[in-house]
Design a protein around this ligand. Structure first.
Ligand code: ZN
Length: 347
């Protein structure tokens, strides 16, 4: 009976040991470091806009006053004990938001976390529908669009080097430099999936590529291994196994059917039977992988003149960000952040 009334997690008593906030263009992520999983409730109130986070059997050991709230919809954070052992946190907001909350398991940098996303629905709607990036050249042709994706971000630091260098930071700097170089080349336009220190989920990264009408998608990462020796850069394209499962996923999801394969002037899957849609997707996927392997090969050729290469050829794996069926996509591991020398080079 006691176990039923008081679940174990709740009985233990949990401390909030740290807080972080990550403002992104369409949402702000508030993260509470908690010693263990925590029973909680999150709800929004309007007039004035507030967000309430109720945590059961929880004590606050962190200082909300130290958070930099700039760039977020939060004006102020208050907190007080409630019902004896519980904790109530109230966020005073500049505007209404839609809340979402979930818990994260420990990773390399942090322990258990409670994540509360403040989603700016107005901002999301304002950005829709997709506004393809079309810049006309002097010769009447549009620019080649390269979407550069800095891996990880926000709560996800990626790999961490022996001197504490975080993958999310070095790949953002590299991606920004890469985008500048691409923009400086006539006929090319670069777009970044993220411009700051916040997380974008993997599917959203491919959706951003689609939104920008990308001709090429380049995801920038740094590799890591459990020993310090491995070194060198690698380039990945999607594997056949990854392609097959993605084709199945596209066919299963009816909302994908209205998307054009191959962008403006492409082929619609709408109204095609499964067999034909499958064949079209397969052709598109195969062509994209072949283009990815080709572009990956020339990237390796150039990389090889400035850095050690980990493998001579383009490797293939089922990375989620590479799964666009009609956008050639490569993932570049610029070096091993777990190797002290390369950590320094990446920095
Ligand atoms: Zn990575």
């Amino acid at each position: 009976m006691l176990t039923l009334l008081f679940p174990m997690a709740a009985m233990a008593g949990v401390n909030v040991e740290g807080v972080r906030i990550w403002p992104a263009p369409d949402h702000t992520r508030l993260v509470l470091d908690v010693a263990d999983k925590v029973d909680h409730k999150v709800f929004a109130l309007s007039g004035p806009s507030r967000l309430v986070i109720d945590l059961e059997n929880t004590t606050l050991k962190a200082d909300f006053d130290k958070l930099d709230l700039s760039g977020s919809p939060v004006k102020r954070i208050r907190s007080a004990p409630r019902n004896g052992n519980d904790l109530r946190v109230v966020l005073d907001l500049k505007s209404d938001i839609k809340p979402r909350s979930f818990q994260l398991e420990p990773n390399q940098q942090y322990g258990h976390r409670l994540v509360v996303d403040l989603i700016d629905e107005g901002g999301l709607k304002a950005r829709k529908p997709s506004e393809p990036t079309v810049t006309e050249n002097a010769n009447g042709k549009r620019d080649i669009i390269v979407v550069v994706d800095a891996g990880h971000g926000g709560e996800d630091p990626g790999a961490i080097g022996p001197r504490g260098t975080r993958e999310k930071d070095v790949v953002l700097r590299m991606s920004k430099t890469l985008a500048e170089l691409i923009d400086a080349k006539p006929g090319y336009t670069a777009k970044l999936t993220r411009t700051g220190d916040y997380y974008i989920d993997l599917r959203s990264r491919t959706l951003l590529a689609r939104k920008h009408n990308a001709d090429l998608f380049v995801s920038v990462h740094a590799d890591a291994f459990r020993t310090p020796q491995p070194r060198g850069a690698s380039v990945f394209a999607l594997s056949q196994r990854g392609a097959t499962s993605e084709t199945a996923r596209w066919l299963a999801k009816t909302e994908n059917r209205s998307d054009l394969i191959g962008g403006a002037g492409g082929v619609s899957l709408d109204g095609r039977d499964d067999m034909l849609a499958g064949v079209l997707l397969d052709l598109s996927m195969t062509a994209s992988i072949n283009s990815s392997l080709g572009v990956g090969d020339s990237i390796l050729g150039r990389l090889g003149s400035v850095a050690k290469l980990h493998k001579k050829g383009v490797e293939q794996a089922a990375f989620a960000v590479l799964k666009s069926p009609d956008i050639p996509s490569v993932l570049v591991e610029a070096g091993f952040i777990s190797n002290p020398k390369e950590e320094q080079n990446l920095s």
